[in-house]
Design a protein. Structure first.
Ligand code: CO
Length: 155
């Protein structure tokens, strides 16, 4: 017998890949000295995101990327994270076919959302789930290119 929760779970869209894993760093250029220059990863982009108070870099490796995040505004959550815990792993980002649909279904399942709707990220529509609901992991979702949130957010 199916409960309502079983039916919702049955319709959850599959995660298609790990889009990126993010590392918070004090100094982006110093971190590139390791990830680009010593590990030999290709540097795809470096860009400031003033609305989030960070500067980020993406370095692709296979089907995924490493995201380096340098806080530029000390009042942000990521700056406080760096202050409290130091440099290191910050979040993992999974790609989904339809982000707003995924958020709705996760909310129905009782998952605490940091972003209740997709917002404009550097690489596409994104939303964060609260680590409290993800066994301590900060989870980001990103919509795959061509999904419905791309046009609704004006990419
Ligand atoms: Co990210």
């Amino acid at each position: 017998m199916n409960t309502a929760v079983d039916l919702v779970r049955a319709r959850l869209p599959r995660l298609s890949r790990v889009h990126h894993i993010a590392v918070v760093v004090h100094d982006l250029d110093a971190a590139l000295g390791f990830y680009r220059d010593l590990l030999g990863l290709e540097l795809e982009t470096v860009l400031p995101i003033p609305s989030d108070g960070v500067r980020i870099a993406f370095l692709p490796v296979g089907q995924t990327k490493v995201e380096l995040v340098e806080p530029t505004d000390p009042t942000t959550g990521v700056a406080r994270f760096l202050e409290a815990r130091g440099e290191g792993f910050h979040h993992v980002c999974f790609e989904v076919p339809n982000i707003n649909e995924a958020l709705t279904r996760l909310a129905i399942d009782g998952i605490q959302l940091i972003d209740t709707a997709a917002r404009k990220g550097a690489e596409g529509p994104v939303a964060f789930l609260h680590p409290r609901s993800c066994h301590g992991l900060l989870v980001e979702l990103i919509e795959a290119p061509g999904g419905p949130a791309w046009s609704s957010l004006g990419y």
